[in-house]
Design a protein around this ligand. Structure first.
Ligand code: C2E
Ligand code: MG
Ligand code: MG
Length: 684
């Protein structure tokens, strides 16, 4: 292929030279003829000029047609034309030897022929470039035939000429090969370059195409990554980006940017009771309604779940943002039509603006979130504006969260133990493990000082695990010290952990690792918390009971559906809340409740324990009701483990490592989850 192309190019080249040289051929021949002078008759000189001119004219015409055809895209037929004319030109020009050296000049015919041949073969070098076969087929007979004839001669001089002819031929061959090689390699180089350029161009085109596709795909992905899939609104990343941009503009132009943060009050109930599909429909409908009351420049985003944010640019003051929040609130007043029923929703709003702070977009968002949280705390369905006070509260919360995380890491969360007695025998038959925080500055903190907060930020799950692990280890230490095998250690499980974590599975692992019998352990579930997902709670508790762990319903009577829970949850005991126990001796209503609950529990085959027992009268009354156990300051306040040993009149055999061992076990088991949670408390 390339070879054919190379030859074609050689031919093109030859034709072009023919075309260019043809016009100068005849005048040049004429001038040459003039120089020969009178010694050569005009008739001969004109033959020479005519021969050269004829060949040039035919060569010119042939080359012209050839090149035209080629330019029109035709193939290179008539390949032989140019080399043949080239050869013919050589013959015509060399015929000057025959014309110019007549016998009158005493030049031998053989010399004249030799000169003629030399001329022809010299032109052949050029005219046959790129066409080796042509060169050989003309050159060999041209030189070979006279050589053979000369060598066969009797004359010494002629034979000498015969010998010199092949030498001359050799020189011609070397020259031809050199010229041929140069021409061919030049053309090939041109082809290689052309191919290379063509390749590069094609490759570039492919790369351009690929780049374009990549860019389009990237743009599509970015677009997708910036959208909330459900509502099509800006997602957190996109919203923050917009907010950042708006805030940096605002810094220059001195105007105010505001953020409204809102979420649906008790959205979880809608989701749980009507199903997630309906929950999604509500979010989509809500987004549309909110959008309809915003200005075109306001940006509505969804941060996830039922949390929405609005970016308000170009405000004069915070008040404007509050007005927008109220407008949204009004728009959401009409109940949503979902699955054929009207679902009323209320929303809590937090507003923050750049007016009082110089922080970044994430801070502004956090402040709006804090204000929204405060709106929820303040009774929901309200608009709250972030201010300096709120800011201080937010900072305190952040500090607390960090400190609590540290406390979990350093083992500063420990259980204290409050004894429980058997009302029949008066013997201590169990203890409840209650969380305490050994705070480096504030001293020992009681459960109400940090548990509600831990519950809020999700750290409660880890607190429960650490307390539980240490309590189980303490139960083992008591056993080693000879405590009665029926002694039971009770741990509290937060409702959140019950439905989110896998507390029972972890409990089983703790028991096995520490080598504790399940019958030595009980768990208390707070009634108010179980409500959220009763089925999941029931499943967990069934597994716990199968292990041999006893289950008590804590704070009984304080929740909304205590009686329903009695039917739906697999429990062993009911723990009457201390708010009923406190005055039941004097207050007939409380007395009726305590008596009724005890009777009811007994009929259901459940044991009853009363908490908050402080006085002898309470104990007597409870005994009369046949209540099984009691817990309260009357028998002992929550104590550290050493003091529990004393209360039980046990000498502590194991050293102080007992509780620490439990902590190590909890750490070991909880490490990955805790790392995830503690590293990012917001993730919980
Ligand atoms: P609870 O489970 O009902 O625990 C009993 C609470 O009542 C304890 O408060 C205890 O000190 C207190 N108490 C006991 N007897 C009396 C008494 O005679 N009079 C009075 N006025 N109070 C008495 P504490 O330790 O402050 O714990 C409060 C609540 O915190 C607990 O109530 C429990 O719900 C929760 N809690 C404690 N530790 C943990 C824990 O490790 N995990 C979880 N999830 N919750 C815990
Ligand atoms: Mg309890
Ligand atoms: Mg309780």
């Amino acid at each position: 292929m390339t070879e054919g192309r190379t030859r074609d190019e050689c031919l093109d080249q030859a034709n072009r030279s023919l075309l260019r040289s043809a016009p100068v051929g005849p005048p040049a021949a004429f001038v040459l003829a003039l120089t020969l002078g009178d010694a050569v008759p005009w008739s001969r000189r004109l033959v020479f000029v005519a021969a050269v001119s004829l060949v040039n004219v035919f060569g010119f015409v042939s080359a012209l047609f050839y090149l035209r055809r080629r330019r029109a895209g035709g193939g290179s037929s008539q390949r032989w034309a140019a080399p043949t004319y080239g050869f013919a030109l050589g013959v015509a020009w060399s015929s000057i030897a025959l014309v110019g050296f007549p016998s009158a000049h005493h030049v031998e015919l053989r010399t004249v022929i030799a000169l003629f041949i030399a001329g022809v073969s010299a032109t052949n070098i050029v005219s046959a470039a790129g066409m080796r076969s042509l060169f050989w087929s003309t050159q060999l007979p041209l030189v070979g035939i006279p050589t053979v004839i000369y060598l066969a001669s009797n004359e010494r001089v002629t034979r000498l000429l015969g010998v010199s002819m092949p030498i001359y031929l050799l020189v011609m061959i070397v020259l031809y090969l050199e010229v041929n090689r140069t021409v061919v390699s030049e053309i090939e180089l041109k082809h290689v370059n052309a191919d290379l350029i063509a390749d590069l161009t094609a490759q570039q085109a492919r790369t351009d195409e690929a780049n374009l596709q990549l860019r389009e795909a990237n743009e599509a992905l970015t677009e997708l990554a910036m959208r909330d899939h459900l509502t099509g609104l800006a997602n957190r990343a996109a919203f923050l980006e917009r907010l950042e941009a708006a805030m940096s503009m605002a810094r220059r132009s001195q105007h105010v940017v505001g953020v409204i943060y809102f979420d649906v009050d008790r959205f979880k109930i809608v989701n749980d009771s009507l199903g997630h599909g309906t929950g999604d429909d509500l979010l989509v409908g809500l987004a549309q309604r909110v959008q309809s009351v915003l200005r075109p420049n306001d940006v509505l985003g969804r941060l996830g779940g039922d949390e929405f944010v609005v970016l308000l640019d170009n405000l004069a003051d915070s008040y404007e943002a509050v007005i927008v929040a109220h407008r949204i609130r009004d728009a959401l007043r009409t109940p949503f039509e979902l699955g054929g029923r009207a679902v009323p929703v209320t929303v809590s709003f937090g507003v923050a603006t750049t007016l009082h702070q110089g922080d970044g977009a994430a801070d502004l968002l956090r402040h709006a979130d804090a204000a929204q949280y405060s709106a929820k705390q303040g009774g929901r369905d309200r608009v709250e504006v972030f201010d300096i006070d709120l800011r201080a509260r937010v900072e305190r919360r952040l500090d607390l969260e960090r400190e609590l995380g540290d406390a979990l890491r350093t083992g500063a969360i420990i259980p204290w133990f409050q004894p429980q007695i058997d009302l029949d025998t008066g013997a201590v038959v169990g203890a409840e493990a209650l969380a305490r925080w050994q705070h480096p500055e504030r001293g020992l903190l009681g459960a109400p000082e940090f548990l509600p907060f831990a519950e809020e930020v999700g750290l409660i799950v880890h607190i429960d695990e650490q307390v539980m692990a240490q309590a189980i280890r303490a139960r083992v230490a008591l056993a080693e010290a000879g405590v009665d095998p029926s002694f039971r250690m009770w741990c509290n499980i937060s409702p959140r952990q019950l439905t989110r974590g896998q507390p029972v599975q972890r409990l089983a692992t703790f028991l096995e690792l520490v080598g504790c019998d399940a019958s030595g352990i009980g768990v208390e579930i707070t009634e108010t918390g179980v409500l959220v997902d009763t089925e999941a709670a029931a499943r967990e508790l069934t597994v716990a009971r199968r292990l041999g762990v006893r289950v008590a319903l804590d704070d009984f009577g304080t929740g909304h559906s205590s009686l329903t829970l009695l039917r739906e949850l697999p429990i062993d005991e009911v723990k009457i809340d201390r708010s009923f126990v406190r005055d039941f001796v004097h207050d007939p209503a409380d007395a009726a409740i305590v008596a009724g609950v005890t009777d009811l529990a007994h009929r259901l085959g459940l044991a009853v324990i009363a908490e908050g027992v402080e006085e002898a009268e309470q104990e007597t009354a409870l005994r009369a009701l046949r209540c099984e156990r009691a817990q309260g300051f009357r028998y002992g306040r929550p104590l550290p483990l050493e003091a529990l040993f004393d209360t039980l009149h046990l000498a502590r055999r194991a050293d102080d490592a007992a509780v620490a061992d439990g902590l190590a076990v909890a750490d070991h088991l909880a490490a990955p989850a805790a790392a995830a949670l503690l590293g990012d408390p917001g993730a919980a």
